[in-house]
Design a protein around this ligand. Structure first.
Ligand code: PEP
Ligand code: CO
Length: 444
């Protein structure tokens, strides 16, 4: 495999990379990025790793969620707060129902680069580069927007820093105080059954909290703040490299752009540039696992990404689709068991369940998402393995992108608030309903 360095990936074939018109302009931006301060610290990264190790043992549960793709325009107080609120609400439901510590990780503060099926898009005889996320180019179908612009890397770093700054402030003060979950209520909670159930959970938690504090005689200041981690797909390797640094008093290199970078399904070839980059960093890393992966391929990934069998280091995020999971998950669990290495398995029930409606909307059916998740719990249990978390595309806003759920959103209803530029997300109510369903399933 040879020696690793933050740039050794450049000797390998790199898929899904932007093609910049000027190498000089790109290099200048990368030079500037490499001088800017990190967004996260190695202490936080190591703390997350040890919590993930607990999740792999079944002692904690990972809740990872957020947008398919963040837009620079979504860096607003309302959108960030709503996303934090829904993740906090889901985590309360899970904490209460599973009786385990919940590790909260947002697809947030850096989820700006997207893999695409085609390098180009043609409309009315005009062919332009595909939109690859705001980190690379703009979504509008004009040459000016679609040509990759390296200055966007600096803007992405800036947006990530602003988002993270706001999240840190909110997590550390009154907003995140477990004694005041009313701060997390969203204006548009309309579905009475869900809202009632959620408020029952909150009341019961408040009671236990008061009981503990009465017993202990003091207020539990630990609960006045929450821990919140960030993650994004580590797709744009030049960007990731520029934020990969050594830190004092620890060995190795850390990717300090996010706590938990993951490798997308389309860039997970064992000999590709992404695996080369990811094998050398100290962060916990995720890799998407799908139906097209052979047993050998997955075993090789486990070997390369966690050669020393470090606890909490490797997360396998499986995404098959409700009708494929029963065929592929058991063989892949067996394959990993044969390596005798520890991994954290989590389910992404979104990406294998994408469909297109007759009117052309990319959507996902709540029932299929839930079915994949329920099957995942059952299959892991049957094979003596542990499903230690979930990975959702969701938003705290009142969008209409996925069909189904308690409100019975149908294909015709998608029109009202279909906002995503990439994949369809669970809206606030659907996300909360999903958290309640997980508790129901894990209980049985
Ligand atoms: C994603 O998580 O948005 C994504 C592109 O998923 P996958 O790599 O699993 O296709
Ligand atoms: Co997606």
């Amino acid at each position: 495999m040879g020696d690793w360095s933050p740039s050794s990936w450049q000797q390998r074939p790199a898929k899904q990379q932007a093609s910049y018109p000027s190498a000089e302009a790109l290099n200048e931006v990368l030079r500037q990025l490499s001088l800017l301060p990190p967004l996260v610290t190695s202490w936080e990264i190591e703390a997350l790793k040890s919590q993930l190790a607990a999740a792999a043992r079944g002692e904690a549960f990972l809740l990872q969620g957020g947008d398919c793709a963040e837009n620079f325009g979504d860096c607003t107080s309302e959108i960030v707060t709503n996303k934090l609120k829904i993740l906090l609400q889901m985590s309360l439901v899970l904490l209460h129902g599973l009786n385990k510590k919940v590790i909260r990780v947002g697809r947030i503060a850096g989820q700006y680069a997207k893999p695409r099926s085609d390098d180009t898009e043609t409309r009315g005889g005009l062919t332009l580069p595909s939109y690859r996320g705001d980190l690379v180019n703009g979504p509008d179908f004009t040459a000016a927007e679609r040509v990759p612009d390296p200055v966007r890397l600096l803007r992405g770093y800036g947006r990530a820093a602003m988002t993270l700054n706001f999240i840190r402030a909110l997590s550390d003060c009154g907003f995140a105080d477990l004694h005041h979950p009313e701060n997390w209520d969203l204006d548009f909670v309309k579905h009475a059954a869900l809202a009632d159930e959620y408020h029952r959970v909150v009341d019961s938690l408040a009671k236990s909290l008061r009981f503990m504090e009465t017993l202990g005689g003091t207020s539990n200041t630990e609960l006045n703040r929450v821990q919140f981690f960030t993650s994004h797909e580590g797709l744009h390797l030049h960007y990731e490299q520029a934020l990969t640094r050594r830190v004092p008093n620890r060995s190795g290199y850390y990717n300090l752009s996010t706590h938990l970078p993951w490798i997308g399904y389309r860039t997970a070839e064992t000999d590709g540039a992404h695996i080369e980059y990811f094998r050398g960093i100290q962060n916990p890393v995720g890799v998407k696992v799908g139906a097209g992966m052979s047993d050998d391929w997955l075993q090789e990934l486990v070997e390369r990404l966690n050669p020393h069998n470090e606890p909490g280091k490797l997360i396998l995020i499986h995404r098959f689709g409700a009708s494929n999971i029963s065929e592929h998950l058991p063989r892949l669990i067996n394959a990993v068991q044969r390596t005798e290495k520890e991994v954290l398995w989590i389910s992404d029930p979104m990406h294998g369940n994408t469909e297109t409606t007759t009117s052309g909307y990319k959507t996902r059916d709540f029932a299929n998402i839930l079915s994949e998740l329920e099957q995942a719990f059952d299959i892991h249990k049957e094979l003596g393995s542990i499903l230690g978390g979930v990975h959702f595309e969701l938003t705290g806003d009142d969008v209409t992108e996925c069909i189904g759920g308690a409100r019975g959103l149908d294909a015709a209803g998608l029109e009202r608030a279909y906002k995503t530029q990439v994949d369809p997300r669970l809206n606030y109510e659907q996300a909360l309903e999903m958290a309640m369903a997980i508790v129901g399933k894990a209980d049985r």
